[in-house]
Design a protein around this ligand. Structure first.
Ligand SMILES: Nc1ncnc2c1ncn2[C@@H]1O[C@H](COP(=O)(O)OP(=O)(O)O[C@H]2O[C@H](CO)[C@@H](O)[C@H](O)[C@H]2O)[C@@H](O)[C@H]1O
Length: 485
């Protein structure tokens, strides 16, 4: 089987630069796909954090004018990843995050910054780097959305294109008047092209003009076809539903392996499950919680945003406290929500502990030490924290949406009899339903024999990339065969 060359186009990649699950997936896919005969390389912007860690970098192309200044394309390696890095200081060399300035506001040239990503990716797709001419270009989320559009309008023989949706809430809408300067022909600015409700729509462009659309769980693939889930794109997606596929994310088992995790207090596996107690004690200490081993400790690792539903948890803290449970919450984002949790921690020291920041080691400690992980998302394309929770034996308590519905088996009566439950689901996504789920989790916890069985089920759930990698490889091959035919 000859190797298939796939160019992954993405705005963040673990472990170089990460704001969320997109980076985790982009970082894990190349290694997961290699055994399936897919040679995946990734093109991304040369932010300072990326430029600083390149282990080797060779210029392979020079741009005189790349959206406002000169730039270079580097073929580079870092952290075991094969990369094409866009070294364009006028676009990317600045402090702050990939999308926002240090003041938390979006960069005002994000249209140019990510049009450049799309344009360069399209260039590679058309043969800019003779040593790597991809058969398929995979564009992740809106930031990469113009790559398939540039390829579509290139008028040249082009590789197959796949748009992968990690979160349809972020659509990348910019002023329509930019399109001509960005090199799009007049006919592109229509409902059949990149125009989206009077704007230049990056995600819309990708969904309209790619050969295939994937999203990160089968249930989310269904949800985005519906008005609530599609967030304005459901009409387009329904027209193209024959090319929409849901492929469930896996977990990077090198980054998340409880038996070999240097970030937790005591590594463990099913045979050494007692060591979890050490992690629980370390977690309680780290969050200033009372050092009581017999208390049910709930954990949260999340961005604080409307999507993640943590306001519902803030509304349910009374229930959690009435149950005698504790909460260790790690989260960053929405300042109002952060304030609410900070207030609760101040009012209930020893019972509620919060870290309102982004902290990888603490995220690992929560997964290793909490008894249960709460994920009350209003929508969740896949969700990775419940996958780590399963692997680390923290029972996931999740809203029955998207990938949460696809990965957690609710411990209902039938699941219990069949011995297959690995967590708790609730629906609808409301505070009262979450409160019932917290109570149900507490009842399960009181039966420690049952709890141990559930923990075993969780830790033996297959959360690996194997299945997904096979599915992506098959999709890429199918697409190449179709285009070659
Ligand atoms: N404060 C904090 N400190 C440290 N680490 C933190 C943290 N907050 C979050 N994280 C980490 O960030 C990642 C979050 O990934 P998720 O997939 O759960 O959500 P996200 O919404 O970012 O991703 C989007 O893309 C992914 C990938 O497809 C989909 O799974 C998901 O549903 C979709 O919303 C996890 O690795 C988690 O451990």
């Amino acid at each position: 089987m000859s190797d298939l060359k796939v160019l992954s186009v993405v705005s963040e990649i673990y472990p170089l630069v990460k704001t969320g699950g997109l980076a985790d997936v982009a970082g894990a896919l190349p290694a997961a796909l290699a055994p399936h005969g897919v040679d995946m390389r990734t093109v991304l912007p040369g932010y300072p954090a990326v430029m600083a860690v390149l282990e080797s970098a060779e210029p392979v192309y020079y741009f005189d004018h790349l959206f406002g200044g000169p730039g270079r394309l580097l073929a580079a390696r870092a952290a075991g990843l094969d990369l094409f890095v866009i070294d364009a200081p006028h676009l990317y060399d600045r402090p702050g995050g990939p999308y926002v300035a240090p003041d938390g506001e979006d960069w005002d040239d994000n249209a140019q910054r990510f049009a450049a990503l799309g344009a360069v990716a399209s260039g590679i797709g058309l043969g800019l780097v003779p040593a790597f001419v991809p058969d398929v270009v995979q564009a992740h989320d809106w930031q990469a959305g113009l790559a398939p559009a540039y390829l579509h309008y290139s008028g040249s023989r082009r590789p197959g294109t796949v748009a992968t949706v990690h979160n349809i809430a972020f659509q990348g809408k910019f002023p329509a008047m930019l399109a001509p300067a960005f090199g799009f022909p007049p006919e592109a600015m229509s409902i059949h092209g990149i125009e989206y409700y009077g704007t230049l729509g990056y995600l819309k462009a990708a969904l309209k003009l790619s050969d295939r659309i994937t999203t990160v769980s089968p249930t989310y693939a269904d949800e985005i076809l519906q008005p609530d889930g599609g967030m304005g794109l459901e009409g387009l997606l329904n027209d193209r539903s024959h090319v929409v596929h849901g492929i469930l994310n896996g977990l990077d088992d090198a980054a998340w392996n409880p038996a070999d995790d240097g970030l937790i207090a005591a590594p463990f596996d099913l045979k050494r499950i007692k060591a979890r107690d050490t992690n629980k004690a370390a977690l309680q200490a780290a969050f200033g919680l009372d050092p009581n081993p017999d208390t049910l400790v709930f954990g949260v690792v999340s961005r604080l945003s409307w999507q993640k539903g943590l306001d519902l948890l803030a509304d349910s803290l009374g229930t959690l406290l009435d149950l005698g449970a504790q909460l260790a919450l790690l989260g960053s984002g929405d300042p109002d929500l952060a304030l609410r949790f900070a207030g609760a921690a101040a009012t209930h020291p020893g019972r509620i502990g919060v870290r309102l920041t982004y902290d990888e080691p603490i995220a690992h400690l929560i997964q290793a030490g909490a008894d249960a992980l709460i994920v009350p998302s209003r929508f969740e394309p896949c969700g990775l924290t419940q996958l780590s929770a399963l692997r680390y034996g923290a029972l996931p308590v999740v809203a029955r949406v998207g990938g949460l519905a696809d990965t957690v088996i609710d411990v209902n009566e039938v699941a219990r009899t069949a011995g297959v439950g690995n967590g708790v689901q609730f629906s609808p996504v409301t505070a009262p339903a979450l409160q019932l789920a917290l109570k149900r989790t507490h009842r399960l916890w009181q039966d420690q024999k049952l709890w141990k069985k559930l923990q075993r089920n969780a830790m033996t759930t297959d959360v690996s990339w194997d299945r997904a990698a096979r599915d992506y490889a098959a999709l890429f091959r199918d697409l190449v065969a179709e285009r070659g035919a």
